[in-house]
Write a protein that binds this ligand. Structure first.
Ligand SMILES: C[S@@+](CC[C@H](N)C(=O)[O-])C[C@H]1O[C@@H](n2cnc3c(N)ncnc32)[C@H](O)[C@@H]1O
Length: 211
């Protein structure tokens, strides 16, 4: 779901660097073989993730919620030569498609796919991250943030997706998921450890720089 009009979105996509052929194929296969292809970050957001990653040139990235691998591959495009990304995904049925496209895009040595619950896995990763992308279960966003904040270096980025929740954060009466996301946005906005930008692209990205 995008808060931009379809025409504006189409125009923006048309005037944005295209995804690689392999990523376009991944998107096609995700639509054919999964029940919720709308979970994909999508072209504009994918190019933004790739651009931010190229700017940061991270050595260590953490992705929480990989789905079919689209955003992990976009982020991997900007890794430093000796960099790698830990990609965490709970659904083991997606492993074959993630691994297929990690190989097709040549990132076998750069993307470490870990299948399991991110809440269990994150504490076991002994790394300092330059960039973290949070895009898994929305109810756990505050927990993911609390688990990663001390693992991010000063100047590093944390990016959280879907923080407008299809615009429902604006409603007077909010359902439980929306209340949790609204509370997350307020938590980030009042956290002195980060400088934050709520970017209303697509379903909303919260971009945070650790001070
Ligand atoms: C919105 S999709 C991720 C989309 C992906 N980042 C992209 O842009 O293509 C969310 C994914 O998070 C996974 N997920 C949900 N809770 C999780 C958890 N606790 N640990 C790991 N993965 C989780 C889901 O199985 C789902 O595949």
């Amino acid at each position: 779901m995008s808060l931009l009009s379809d025409k504006t979105y189409e125009y923006a996509e048309k005037h944005t660097t295209p995804d690689s052929a392999a990523l376009q194929e991944l998107i096609r296969e995700t639509h054919l073989k999964t029940l919720a292809p709308r979970m994909l970050s999508g072209h504009l957001q994918g190019r933004l993730l790739s651009l931010l990653s190229h700017l940061v040139q991270p050595r260590r990235i953490l992705e929480i919620g990989t789905f079919t691998g689209y955003s992990a591959i976009c982020l991997a495009e900007g890794l430093a030569n000796d960099g790698c990304i830990y990609a965490l995904e709970a659904n083991d049925e997606l492993e074959y498609i993630i691994r297929k496209y990690i190989t097709e895009t040549g990132f076998d040595n750069k993307i470490k796919l870990l299948i399991g619950n991110a809440l269990d896995i994150i504490p076991s990763i002994d790394e300092t991250f330059d960039l973290v992308f949070i895009d898994a279960g929305k109810r756990d966003y505050p927990a993911y943030y609390d688990l990663v904040i001390d693992k991010v270096r000063r100047g590093g980025l944390i990016i959280a997706d879907n923080i407008l929740w299809s615009g429902k954060v604006l409603a007077d009466k909010k359902d439980t998921d929306t209340q949790i996301i609204d509370a997350f946005n307020k938590k980030i906005h009042s956290d002195d450890r980060v400088e934050n930008l709520l970017l209303p692209l697509r379903d909303g990205l919260m971009i945070m720089r650790k001070k």
